[in-house]
Ligand binder design. Structure first.
Ligand SMILES: [Zn+2]
Length: 352
């Protein structure tokens, strides 16, 4: 008969220095035990748990007690890929895809997403499918080199970037890439949006800019991955945006909504003809404290309050004063007039 494991049992195992990965394979986990295991996995930079937003009843199974790898037997990978746990993650990707499409953050077959489901394996979106018509059966399983392990459709051509992010940032379990127009406009201009204007943006996003490289190339992936230590929302120059989350794909998607709304708002604010109010250093510090408590990265932790709102290249509403019209020039000064007269006389004398 299977053993029933509660959250209390897991706490007891941990208290005795035991390893929860050694739980019996057929153990039945109570909902609170599943939640606790999910939380432990997240803290250890583990793999995706079922959506935290859903009730335990809606998430029919958790991740396998022992994480699989790309070297696991094919039958085990197939069992994982076809499990209720994986189906739940695939449905989450489809739901986020539909939201991206409805908000016009993707165009054609653009945009792609991935969720880590083991040590070096991830479920990802296929290539050449609109995010507006994505179905769970379209999803692919890949290893961290981008080799396709399972799935009938071919994996996205931009998967390397997602995998390089996950390799470089062990906390990243979900990644989302698309082309939202306002944020992409900043990416085209090559500037990070100015900061210290809206709280949601400051708490959820930390925005960096990666230089342009051909989409899908290892160089592109490396330039983005190198920023994931400090940034969770990366503007890809002349291309789009990619976000990551240590919690779930929905949070990576939220970052996309938040950065896009922020870029749209500050562009409009810049047209109002008034100077923009920004947070004070202490106000910004409070927001960063909240951000840190949520486990989100940000390059500004540890800075002095007076250094927090140093926005760089561009500020909305700031225009150069129009220079005062110059005094109308009535004539040349006497010295210049004399010179002109001398030259004119010389020309005229030569014509005679
Ligand atoms: Zn793209």
């Amino acid at each position: 008969m299977s053993t029933v494991i509660s959250a209390k049992d897991i706490e007891n195992i941990l208290a005795k220095g035991g390893d929860v990965k050694s739980l019996p394979a057929d153990a039945i986990l109570t909902p609170s035990a599943k939640d606790l295991l999910g939380e432990l996995n997240r803290r250890q930079g583990g793999y995706a748990t079922a959506a935290p937003a859903k009730s335990p009843a809606a998430a029919p199974s958790g991740p396998p007690a022992k994480p699989l790898t790309s070297k696991s037997p094919k039958a085990e990978l197939e069992a994982l890929f076809n499990s209720p746990y994986a189906l739940d993650l695939k449905e989450q990707i489809c739901e986020m895809g539909h939201r991206l499409w409805k908000r016009a953050y993707v165009d054609g077959n653009g945009g792609n997403m991935a969720i880590r489901v083991g040590e070096d394996i991830a479920i990802c979106t296929p290539t050449l499918v609109s995010k507006g018509s994505l179905k769970p059966a379209d999803m692919c399983l890949v290893d961290f080199e981008g080799n396709q392990l399972l799935g009938t459709k071919k994996r996205t051509s931009e998967i390397l970037m997602h995998l390089q992010m996950m390799k470089r940032q062990p906390k990243a379990i979900a990644t989302c890439h698309c082309h939202p127009p306002y944020a992409t406009a900043f990416a085209v201009a090559g500037i990070a949006p100015p900061t210290c204007m809206l709280p949601e943006y400051e708490v959820f996003c930390a925005v960096g800019v990666a230089p342009y490289r051909t989409p899908g190339s290892p160089e592109m992936g490396k330039l983005v991955a190198d920023l994931t230590d400090q940034y969770n929302t990366i503007l890809m120059a002349n291309h789009g945006v990619v976000t990551w989350s240590h919690n779930c794909i929905e949070e990576a998607y939220w970052r996309m909504e938040i950065v896009e709304a922020y870029c749209r708002t500050i562009v409009v604010a810049g047209q109002l003809g008034k100077p923009i109010n920004t947070f004070t250093g202490p106000q910004m510090k409070e927001l960063l404290n909240i951000k840190q408590s949520l486990g989100f990265v940000d390059p500004r932790y540890g800075l002095k309050e007076c250094e927090l709102c140093d926005s760089g290249d561009w500020r909305p509403g700031v225009t150069c004063p129009t220079p005062a019209p110059a005094e109308p020039t009535v004539g040349l000064d006497p010295e210049a007039e004399a010179a002109v007269k001398a030259i004119t006389d010389q020309i005229l004398s030569q014509l005679k």
